[in-house]
Design a binder for this molecule. Structure first.
Ligand code: FEO
Ligand code: CA
Ligand code: CA
Ligand code: CA
Length: 676
């Protein structure tokens, strides 16, 4: 008989402390290695990255702002695998660029042109820096590397043709000069969270896409129709400048498409780009294993500022549930339920994109309402719902219109406005769904504008003082809410919920802010990235913080959560200016302890931690460092001594000193699973 396997203690590592150092900090016994950074070549003929702002050809290099990421196993011989742990593909999002304004300054020699019109060469570079990467990675005797010449490598950018799939395909709302029949689109942008399907494809969420577009000060009058209400609801106010001014790059359609103004004479928009915004805001599916296959925008899952897409527990013969969030202040939590029941044989389907067509192009979209009693409802967004059909703010034409304008439909049915739903993930131990609610400065005890919302049970915190100020701060530190579906599982229309953790500084008032009892071993603010290890069951989450970066850089925390209802009811009361009190009861999970929650990693200066994926054996964890040094002032480009970060160059990776977003691989020095 072989000896019993050693019993590892999960969360057995020593928690790392908060850090303001310009480096990646991991626990003793672990190693974090830079694998793939902004500008790294993806073909064998692409020159090495010089990192001085003169590099071009980003269609064949790593994009910027590495975000969500998924690992797809390969067998030793390079075939599709579900278990390979030493060779695979990383598919990842390149969300944005640094700076997120005019221009994207670290990628241009002089920092770029900070005025309109933007030079075409700069615009071309910036457009190519946004999109997706697929790259092959391999472990050579325990040392991971990416293969710059692998034939699997792929870049998706703003000139890549993408199919519009599902109920919106061919609808008048997506007809453009590029696709007069409304069936295709160019590119995918501001891709943030990710997901992986049970049939082994990559899902990518299009998040803050609206800001890349502009429309003229006379556009409302030119349109004179309900599209104005839709544009306003999705953040495209009339006359607003675009983020990077790409529409000023030249007369070519690839630049002009970023101007949404009505310019053509058609009634349906097929002779201009007035409908272009309706082609962004979806969950996008890509087969990472096959770069010849079309990428598809899965419109049945609704259009909003998507983060991750996470599948509920699979049951043969039952529909699939896909959980999603809309990351904006006061936006909603959603669920898609497939029409097709799950067939386990599809997990290894030969045609993965056709499998996506089967499950993701037809189904029902629901939005969540959280009630004060710890229960909630999923409300179907259907044109058959009287509240949607008769909605005064926006007259929906058909179900495709409901999906394209899911935010408006969710308004109509009275969904619960949340504190910025970022990632969601499903606990493999019990099927509960976790959502990071990163923060919300608009959560106010006494709302004074239509964008502000009062605390409620599911979003119960609103600070009026911290660190000596008496400013109205809203929910500065965010929380992680979790949902347990009722007995019907994926098709349930009711659920129970509680708050797994409230972000807070350890020293904050335990009766109203530090409600989860965080200590210096794990105190955090603004949870964002979130994933469960399917190997260890650890709940990993990452921060994207503005409230705590005076004390620590952003971080990654490991948790071993319990379940909905394992904690207690907490009562909060807020004084109002008229002398009355706003009372809010909420439900918080079991308090944090050193056995259940520990800080695992702190990143370099100015970064946000993004993307969490692992090899199937749980022994290599891949994590992204996004936008280190983004706090650098534009005037200092070219003077490396004034960059707020020089990572990863200062960790020995690559040429130049300009900071770069990059992928890390984390391994345990004794070869054990990550988080033990
Ligand atoms: Fe791209 Fe909501 O973070
Ligand atoms: Ca995010
Ligand atoms: Ca964020
Ligand atoms: Ca980001």
């Amino acid at each position: 008989t072989p000896p019993p396997a050693p019993v590892e203690k999960l969360l057995g590592f020593t928690a790392v402390g908060k850090s303001l150092a310009d480096k990646v900090v991991v626990p003793a016994g672990y190693t974090a290695t830079v694998l793939y950074a902004l500008g790294d070549p993806l073909t064998s003929s692409t020159p090495a990255f010089k990192n001085d702002g003169t590099d071009t050809d980003f269609e064949n290099r790593a994009g910027d702002h590495h975000d969500g990421m998924e690992f797809f196993s390969l067998s030793d011989t390079g075939g599709v695998s579900t278990s390979g742990a030493t060779r695979g593909l990383l598919a990842m999002n390149h969300e944005a660029t640094t700076n997120e304004g005019l221009p994207s300054y670290f990628v241009h020699a002089n920092g770029g042109t900070n005025a309109l019109p933007r030079p075409a060469a700069e615009v071309d570079k910036e457009m190519a820096l946004h999109g997706l990467s697929v790259l092959e990675v391999r472990s050579n005797s325990g040392k991971w590397e990416y293969l710059s010449g692998s034939t699997f490598n792929r870049r998706v950018h703003q000139q890549t043709e993408v199919q519009i799939s599902g109920p919106v395909r061919g609808n008048a709302l997506v007809k453009t000069k590029y696709s007069p029949d409304g069936t295709k689109f160019r590119g995918t942008i501001n891709n943030c969270g990710t997901g992986r399907t049970p049939w082994n494809t990559y899902l990518s969420g299009e998040e803050n896409w609206a800001g890349y577009f502009t429309r003229s000060a006379t556009d409302n009058a030119a349109r004179g129709d309900k599209s104005v209400a839709s544009l306003n609801r999705y953040g495209m106010s009339q006359g607003a400048a675009s983020r990077h001014g790409w529409e000023t790059g030249g007369a070519d359609d690839k630049y002009q498409r970023w101007d949404l103004s009505k310019k053509g004479t058609s009634t349906d928009g097929s002779d201009d780009y007035r409908n272009e915004l309706n082609g962004e805001g979806y969950i996008v599916e890509m087969d990472a294993y096959d770069k010849t296959r079309a990428i598809k925008k899965r419109t049945a899952l609704g259009r909003f500022a998507h983060e991750s897409a996470s599948f509920g527990r699979l049951t043969a013969g039952q529909p699939l549930a896909v959980y999603m969030g809309d990351d904006s202040r006061g936006e909603y939590i959603y669920k898609f339920v497939s029409t097709a029941p799950w067939n386990p044989a599809d997990a290894v389907a030969a045609d993965r994109i056709a499998t996506g067509d089967k499950y993701l192009d037809s189904g029902k979209l629901y939005v969540a309402r959280f009630n004060a009693d710890g229960k909630g409802q999923w409300i179907e967004l259907t044109i058959a719902n009287a509240a949607i059909a008769a909605y005064a703010t926006y007259k929906f034409a058909d179900q495709a219109d409901v999906l394209v304008n899911a935010r408006l439909a969710a308004d109509a049915v009275g969904a619960t406005k949340m504190d910025r739903p970022e990632w969601c993930a499903v606990n493999p131990a019990n099927g509960e769904i976790y959502y990071t609610l990163t923060n919300n400065s608009n959560r106010r005890v006494e709302p004074s504008s239509s964008s502000q919302v009062a605390p409620d049970a599911a979003n119960p915190r609103s600070y009026t003082d911290m660190k000596g100020t008496t400013a109205q701060l809203g929910n500065s530190n965010g929380h992680i809410i979790r949902v347990r579906e009722d007995a019907a599982g994926s098709t349930a229309t009711s659920f129970a919920w509680d708050v797994y953790l409230f972000g807070a500084e350890a020293a904050a008032d335990a009766s109203r802010i530090n409600l989860s009892g965080l200590t210096n071993d794990q105190d955090f603010s603004s949870p964002d990235g979130l994933a469960f290890s399917t190997s260890t069951g650890i709940c990993w989450f990452q921060t994207d913080d503005g409230a705590y970066t005076d004390v620590t850089n952003c971080m990654m925390v490991a948790g071993l959560p319990g379940k909905v209802g394992d904690g207690k009811k907490v009562s909060l009361s807020y004084p109002k200016t008229d002398g009355s009190t706003l009372n809010v009861d909420t439900f918080v999970g079991k308090a944090a302890s050193a056995d259940t929650l520990k800080r695992f990693l702190v990143g370099p200066v100015g970064c946000e931690l993004t993307g969490i994926t692992e090899t199937p054996d749980g022994k290599a964890l891949f994590v992204n460092i996004q936008h280190p040094g983004e706090t650098t002032a534009a005037a200092n480009i070219g003077d490396a001594s004034k960059y707020t970060s020089q990572w990863p160059a200062n960790a020995g990776y690559g040429a130049g000193k300009r900071p770069r977003s990059a992928t890390l691989v984390i391994t345990k020095n004794d070869g054990g699973r990550i988080g033990s």
